[in-house]
Design a binder for this molecule. Structure first.
Ligand code: ACM
Length: 415
C-alpha cells in the first residue's frame, strides 16, 4: 500500500465518515441527530391527558402549548417556527417510554417537554440518554439525579423544605405524621424531611404510603385522629390530593390545630376539591397564582383568555411555561442548522429568564434551576395567601440529602 493510500484510510476511520460510496462526507452533518430543518423546530409535548395524574398534567400541556404559541406569535426562534408534536402517555410509565421513543426516534423532536411524576421521568430517562436528546421536566421532584439529557425546572427538596419545615415546627410543634403516594418521589422527599426534623428535635409519629390513585382515606384519617400529630406532611399526588383533603375536612379535622403541610397541593388540585376543603392548609412552592409581578399578571391573563376565565395557574404550570421560553432563548443563540438537543443543552447553561415567580436561572453544573421559595396558606376562595418568601433566588442542591453523592460529567457518583 502506498503511503498516501494508507494515510487516506486512517483519516477516514478516525473521522468515521467513510460512506458506502467511498466518498468521505467529512463536512456533512450527522442525519441521525434530531435537528431543526426547513424553517421548523419540532418539539414534543408529553403530558397525560387521561389517567390519575391528568388532573395536573393537562394544565402542563396547556401552559406548554401557550408558551410555544407565544414564541411563534413573536416571530419564532430567529424566524423558525416551533412545531409541537403532542402525545398522551395516559399516566402510565410504560406508555411514557413508548411515546418518548416515538417523539425522539420517529418525529425527531429536538427536545421534549413533559411528565409530572418521578416514576414517568425515570421511565423516559433511558430514551433521552441513549439518543442524546433533551427532556425538559417542570415538576418539583426528589433530586438525586444528574443527567446531561434533562433540564430540571421544578423545585428540589432544599428549595421547598429548608424554610418550610423549621417554620412549621416553630408554629405548630414537633409531632409529625408523613403521608405520601407510594413511589420514589414521596419516599425521597420524606427522607429529606426526616433529616430536617431530626435536626430540629422533632418526631415522626407515622410514615405511611398509599397507592397512586388511592381515594379511600378513612383508615389513614382514623390513625391521624388517634395519633393527634401537630402537622400532617403530605406528598400525596394526583386525584388522591382531592380525596384526602375532602375526607380530612369531612372527618372534622381542623387545620387550626392539625394543619396539612404539602409540597404537592397547588391551586390546581384545590380548584378540583373546592376551596373549603383546603382552606387553612399550607403549601411550599416557588410560585403562587396571586403573585404580583407584571410577568405573572401577563401569564395569568394569557392563560385565562386562552383556556377559560375559571382556569388557575400554579407552580408546576408556571415552570412548564417558563421552560419553553428558556428553550426558545437557548435555541435563538444558535445558527438554525446547529439547533440540536446537545447544542441547546450547552446554550441553556446559565441562561436567565424573568418568569412569573421572578428571575430564575439554569445552574450550569447540574442543569437544575435557581428558584424563589415561598410559603402559602390556602384560602376559602381557592387561592393561597403568601406568608413568607425568600429574599433572593435559592440555589438548587439536588444532592443535599446525600452529601456523599456528587454530580459529575459521568453522572451521579458516590465519593
Ligand atoms: C413527583 O413525582 N416528582 C411529584
Amino acid at each position: 500500500m502506498t503511503g498516501s493510500r494508507r494515510q487516506f484510510l486512517i483519516g477516514s476511520a478516525a473521522l468515521g465518515t467513510f460512506a458506502a460510496t467511498g466518498f468521505p462526507h467529512i463536512w456533512s452533518k450527522n442525519t441521525d441527530v434530531a435537528r431543526a430543518a426547513d424553517g421548523e423546530i419540532k418539539v414534543g409535548v408529553l403530558f397525560s391527558l387521561t389517567g390519575t395524574t391528568a388532573i395536573i398534567e393537562e394544565s402542563l400541556n396547556k401552559a406548554t402549548i401557550m408558551a410555544i404559541d407565544e414564541i411563534n406569535a413573536a416571530g419564532g426562534v430567529n424566524g423558525m417556527k416551533l412545531v409541537p408534536v403532542i402525545e398522551d402517555p395516559a399516566s402510565d410509565p410504560a406508555t411514557f417510554a413508548e411515546k418518548a421513543r416515538k417523539l425522539v426516534l420517529s418525529d425527531k423532536c429536538v427536545s421534549v417537554f413533559g411528565s409530572y411524576t418521578s416514576a414517568s421521568r425515570k421511565a423516559v430517562l433511558p430514551v433521552f440518554e441513549k439518543q442524546k436528546n433533551l427532556f425538559w421536566y417542570p415538576t418539583l421532584y426528589e433530586g438525586r439525579e444528574c443527567s446531561k439529557n434533562v433540564i430540571y425546572t421544578g423545585a428540589v427538596p432544599n428549595q421547598q423544605q429548608d424554610d418550610f419545615i423549621p417554620w412549621l415546627v416553630e408554629k405548630f410543634g414537633k409531632r409529625w405524621y408523613l403521608i405520601g403516594s407510594n413511589y420514589i418521589y414521596p419516599k425521597e422527599e420524606n427522607n429529606y424531611c426526616k433529616k430536617l426534623l431530626a435536626e430540629l428535635g422533632a418526631e415522626v409519629v407515622a410514615e405511611e404510603y398509599v397507592p397512586l390513585g388511592h381515594s379511600e382515606f378513612s383508615s389513614v384519617i382514623n390513625k391521624m385522629k388517634a395519633e393527634k400529630p401537630n402537622v400532617v406532611f403530605s406528598t400525596v399526588v394526583g386525584d388522591s390530593v382531592v380525596a384526602l383533603h375532602r375526607q380530612y375536612k369531612a372527618a372534622g379535622l381542623d387545620p387550626e390545630t392539625m394543619p396539612m403541610a404539602s409540597l404537592t397541593t397547588s391551586e390546581n388540585e384545590v380548584a378540583a376539591m373546592g376551596g373549603a376543603a383546603a382552606a387553612g392548609h399550607f403549601t411550599s412552592a416557588p410560585y403562587f397564582m396571586v403573585g404580583e409581578s407584571p410577568e405573572n399578571q401577563k401569564f395569568v391573563e394569557a392563560y385565562r383568555s386562552r383556556w377559560g376565565g375559571d382556569k388557575v395557574t400554579h407552580f408546576v404550570s408556571e415552570s412548564a411555561y417558563f421552560q419553553v421560553h428558556l428553550f426558545g432563548q437557548a435555541a435563538a443563540k444558535l445558527a438554525a442548522s446547529d439547533i440540536t438537543p446537545e447544542a441547546v443543552r450547552e446554550a441553556v447553561k446559565g441562561e436567565q429568564f424573568r418568569a412569573p415567580q421572578g428571575l430564575i436561572k439554569v445552574e450550569p453544573e447540574n442543569l437544575h434551576c435557581w428558584l424563589r421559595p415561598k410559603i402559602g396558606q390556602c384560602q376559602p376562595d381557592g387561592q393561597f395567601k403568601i406568608l413568607k418568601q425568600s429574599a433572593d433566588w435559592l440555589e438548587p442542591d439536588p444532592y443535599k440529602a446525600y452529601p456523599n453523592q456528587k454530580c459529575t460529567a459521568d453522572g451521579l457518583k458516590t465519593i
